[in-house]
Design a protein around this ligand. Structure first.
Ligand SMILES: *[C@@H]1O[C@H](CO)[C@@H](O)[C@H](O)[C@H]1NC(C)=O
Ligand SMILES: *[C@@H]1O[C@H](CO)[C@@H](O)[C@H](O)[C@H]1NC(C)=O
Ligand SMILES: *[C@@H]1O[C@H](CO)[C@@H](O)[C@H](O)[C@H]1NC(C)=O
Ligand SMILES: *[C@@H]1O[C@H](CO)[C@@H](O)[C@H](O)[C@H]1NC(C)=O
Ligand SMILES: *[C@@H]1O[C@H](CO)[C@@H](O)[C@H](O)[C@H]1NC(C)=O
Ligand SMILES: *[C@@H]1O[C@H](CO)[C@@H](O)[C@H](O)[C@H]1NC(C)=O
Length: 877
């Protein structure tokens, strides 16, 4: 199944590397598990494996004294270090300290929750160190980044992260901040249901439009996403593509695997307390152990009717064992039953559809494996609609990776267009300008992006204002109990001057236009603001009109009220403010000169849950870097310590060997061995006494000290080993040179007699002879001396010197024999003998040692037969 999956993606995704070679990381950040995938040209598209080759990583960070651990290592620590094991951090993402979800967190977790200066949540280690939720999430992202970089063998920067569709701006901001703290760059945030839909669409085409529901039961929540799929061929390009549009979402933020675990743990707690007449809730370790056990039991109960919970030494040294039946578990969750399928109904309602319109309900997320959850969905939608055709664990991350790849524009992916929506009503409000100086300002509210609005759109609001003012962006309703509604406040600065300027220049009814952007990742903000006025001519009438417009302050309120009616500003920039006091503004705007538009400054401020500031992020990044550096140093020291230790053991083995014929024994002297043995004992002692406290550099120093003693012995041995070959080499060149000289001298004599040109002069041969003699003498002398050297004494000649000397001889010899055969020799039989001689001499000199640069290229063609002969000579040598 998995292989099939990967194969089909490979065939669909042609990876086209472009100029910039950045890979794209996708992270499906779940409450219990992290899944990741890396898109990089040349690397098979698949889920990223962790260090134990597992396809998913537990979302846990934990400390064991000073060691930071991730994944299952961290998860397994919870029972021993309940205050230093941080699970389910996702629940705390952007949560206000006094929100309901934080209350809930304290029920399921043994970690200590504290409030940050930003009024959000941090978790506190037992040593007092506090980490904000963003920092803890960032650590997990950084851990994944490191895994990805190991696989990619390069830096990884761009990341796409999945978020639940109901995530508010606060939560999205916190994830984006965590990404930044982790040293990554947000390519996009993608709603997890949408990511699964992309994964679903990768391998399918939809000739007739189909609606499917992605039902995702995760650890922290349940969500349903209605998606329409249409495949069409563009008549112009005849490229076929699939359009995937989210048309409705439904969710339950508090029903999920974690809640089921909690119910199950409560069963265990009650059983323990009843049996032992003690309250295990008082014991953090015991609670952490029961939490872990409840997860295990839940998994067993998914496939069996009964399970036995067994925990050793839960608390007060009491072992615990109890039987849990699936039915008792389900009874404990009875009240949740109607909530499992409710998100489906909500999503359908929001999409304006009924079950009849739905082709299938695609199940994904770990909690769909729990029978009561799946049964509830089956009962709600009918067995025939249930589809188990995506990988429940991996569809989201693979879909996200493909989307990320298409966004990065560095990969050619299947043509899928995605339209997503937001889940919450977003409204803009502002205070109307006071009509009289002491009247109370009236607040005006506009539903600017209703729930279900498409992301990646803009809207423009038009105001008749003459002074600076603020626009407030709010959720119409709180996104979760205890969360604020106010997202941000955008102050428009410079209105007074700009409107004054336009009015002075004769603009009639100048207005302020503010652009509100809803980004693809679901962030909303005021991104642009201008003052705009239609300037007529400079004539008196024009000026009068301007004055008239300026004076009609009573019309201002009306404009704003008109603005207030939602239908008027439901569309994007182009059609905005058609109902405004300046209906003619649009057509004239295009023709009007640029001066009609004056940009305004926007100052955004956050009064509720602010995203982290640049400085806060810098500090957080610094804290993470500091741990990374500490861990790297620790790792290096550990390595140095291990290497040193095994070096010591190796040396001891060499010394202790009973066999006196070992190279080490043969090449060393008694006194040397004694010195090493003493130093070795010292080093062992030092390592065991002080090794843990020492610095890496000291470990290295100690090792170098020993190596210095060992080195001469090793050197002797290496020399003994290398000597025969070096000697052979020297003798070979000695012998070859001798052979060459004998033959060359004979030829020289013969050529002189026949009055033929020669390749060499007598002087040249004499010079070679001299080099040879020197070499022979040196060799004879020193080889003789070396013979009397004992293996445990330093050699009198070094093989490196022998090789260097042989090289001198070799070079000298090569220079002569490489020389071209004089062409005259060939030419002579056909042409005259007198002329070529000088040419020969010249050619000879230039070609010396460089046969390819023979200047007489034309003659080269006449010599080809000669060259193989020369080579043969070389071989013989
Ligand atoms: C949904 O189903 C109803 C009833 O079958 C039908 O009238 C309607 O056109 C369908 N809507 C869509 C968008 O397919
Ligand atoms: C707007 O911001 C720019 C750059 O910060 C500044 O130079 C300018 O003075 C500001 N204008 C107003 C009206 O505040
Ligand atoms: C209005 O603005 C324009 C361009 O910014 C500037 O050149 C002009 O002097 C301003 N006029 C007044 C009256 O402030
Ligand atoms: C010397 O080298 C030759 C050729 O490479 C080889 O046949 C011979 O065995 C070598 N002798 C020694 C002592 O290494
Ligand atoms: C000496 O002359 C013979 C015959 O021309 C030739 O084959 C041989 O290569 C020559 N030797 C040298 C060292 O040039
Ligand atoms: C060098 O070669 C010559 C001739 O083969 C030989 O007589 C002599 O012993 C060699 N010298 C050495 C030092 O090997």
């Amino acid at each position: 199944m998995r292989l099939l999956h990967c194969w089909s993606f490979l065939s669909l995704v042609a990876l086209i590397p472009q100029a910039t070679y950045a890979s794209v990381l996708a992270i499906d950040y779940g409450n219990d598990w992290i899944k990741a995938s890396l898109m990089k040209p040349g690397i098979p598209f698949d889920v990223l494996l962790n260090k134990d080759s597992k396809r998913k990583i537990q979302s846990v960070v934990a400390w064991k004294k000073n060691d930071r651990l991730f994944g299952s290592d961290a998860f397994n620590l919870a029972a021993r270090f309940p205050s230093d094991s941080f699970q389910s951090v996702k629940l705390l993402d952007a949560a206000p300290f006094d929100s309901e979800v934080v209350q809930y967190y304290t029920k399921i977790s043994t970690a200590t929750v504290v409030e940050t200066p930003r009024k959000t949540v941090a978790l506190k280690q037992s040593d007092g160190t506090e980490w904000s939720a963003e920092e803890l999430i960032a650590m997990q992202f950084a851990y994944v980044k490191q895994l990805a970089e190991t696989l990619a063998e390069e830096k990884v920067r761009d990341v796409i992260v999945t978020v639940p569709p109901y995530y508010s701006q606060f939560e999205r901001d916190a994830i984006a901040d965590a990404i930044e703290i982790a040293g990554l760059r947000t390519l996009a945030l993608i709603n997890d249901g949408t990511a699964v839909a992309i994964n679903y669409a990768m391998t399918r085409t939809f000739s007739v439009p189909e609606y499917h529901i992605i039902y995702d039961a995760g650890a922290s929540s349940i969500r349903a996403t209605v998606v329409s799929f249409t495949t069409a061929t563009d008549p112009k390009t005849s490229i076929s593509g699939t359009h995937l549009a989210v048309t409705g979402v439904g969710y339950d933020r508090t029903t999920g695997g974690v809640e089921l675990d909690r119910r199950l743990r409560d069963i265990l707690i009650e059983a323990f307390n009843a049996k032992h007449k003690k309250d295990v809730r008082q014991d953090k370790r015991g609670m952490a152990k029961l939490w872990k056990e409840s997860q295990r039991v839940k998994a067993i109960l998914s496939a069996n009717n009964d399970a036995t919970a067994t925990v050793e030494s839960v608390a007060w040294d009491l072992d615990f064992r109890t039987k849990v039946s699936r039915s008792s578990f389900e009874d404990a969750c009875e009240d949740l039953k109607p909530r499992y399928a409710q998100p489906i109904h909500d999503a359908l309602k929001n999409a304006g559809l009924t079950l009849d319109n739905i082709t299938s309900v695609i199940l994904t997320g770990g909690s769909t494996r729990t029978p009561m959850v799946q049964n509830a969905v089956r009962a709600a939608v009918g067995d025939d609609k249930i589809a188990l055709n995506v990988n429940a664990d991996e569809a989201a991350v693979l879909g996200a990776a493909l989307h990320g790849a298409s966004l990065s524009r560095q990969f050619k992916t299947k043509n899928i267009k995605v339209t997503d929506i937001i889940a919450h009503d977003i409204q803009a409000s502002y205070f109307a300008a006071a009509t009289t100086s002491n009247s109370r300002p009236r607040s005006i509210t506009t539903l600017i992006f209703p729930a279900g609005s498409k992301v990646g759109t803009k809207k423009t609001l038009t105001f008749k204002r003459k002074e600076d003012f603020a626009i407030y962006l709010d959720y119409k309703n709180s996104v979760a109990p205890g969360f604020p509604t106010r997202m941000l406040e955008a102050e428009l600065i410079g209105v007074t001057e700009a409107i004054g300027n336009l009015t002075e220049r004769g603009a009639t009814d100048p207005v302020v236009k503010a652009t509100l952007t809803l980004s693809e990742s679901g962030f909303v903000s005021v991104t642009d603001a201008i003052a705009f006025g239609e300037i007529k001519d400079d004539s008196i009438t024009g000026k009068l009109k301007g004055l008239f417009g300026k004076g009609s302050s009573s019309s201002e309120e009306a404009t704003e009220s008109a603005e207030n009616t939602p239908p008027r500003d439901t569309d994007t920039t182009s059609s905005t403010s058609s109902a405004n006091a300046t209906p003619s503004a649009e057509p004239e705007k295009k023709a009007a000169p640029v001066e009609n538009t004056i940009p305004l400054n926007i100052s955004i401020s956050f009064t509720t849950i602010p995203p982290m500031t640049v400085d806060e992020k810098k500090i957080a990044r610094g804290r993470l870097r500091a741990i990374d550096a500490e861990e790297a140093a620790k790792y290096r020291k550990e390595e140095a310590r291990n290497t040193f230790e095994s070096y010591l053991y190796r040396l001891r083995d060499l010394l202790d060997d009973d066999n006196n014929d070992t190279p080490f024994k043969k090449c060393s002297q008694e006194s040397e061995r004694k010195e090493i043995a003493e130093k070795l004992d010292d080093s062992f002692q030092w390592l065991f006494d002080r090794g843990d406290l020492t610095e890496t550099s000291q470990l290295l120093d100690k090792r170098i000290a020993l190596e210095t003693l060992e080195r001469p012995i090793v050197h002797r041995y290496q020399e003994i080993e290398a000597f025969p070959q070096a000697l052979n080499n020297s003798q070979m060149w000695n012998w070859s040179t001798r052979l060459f000289l004998t033959e060359a001298r004979q030829n020289l004599t013969a050529e002189a007699t026949a009055d033929l040109p020669s390749k060499w002069t007598k002087e040249e041969l004499d010079a070679l002879e001299k080099t040879l003699k020197e070499h022979e003498t040196w060799l004879a002398t020193w080889v003789e001396k070396q013979k009397s050297v004992k293996p445990n004494e330093d050699p009198v000649i070094e093989t490196t010197e022998m090789k260097a000397r042989a090289k001198v001889l070799e070079t000298h010899l090569q220079k002569l024999w490489k020389r071209k055969v004089p062409k005259v020799k060939k030419v002579k039989p056909t042409s005259t003998s007198a002329e070529p001689e000088p040419t020969n001499g010249a050619g000879e000199e230039q070609a010396e040692g460089e046969s390819i640069e023979d200047p007489s290229a034309g003659e080269d063609k006449q010599v080809p037969l000669k060259e193989p002969e020369e080579e043969k000579t070389h071989d013989e040598l």
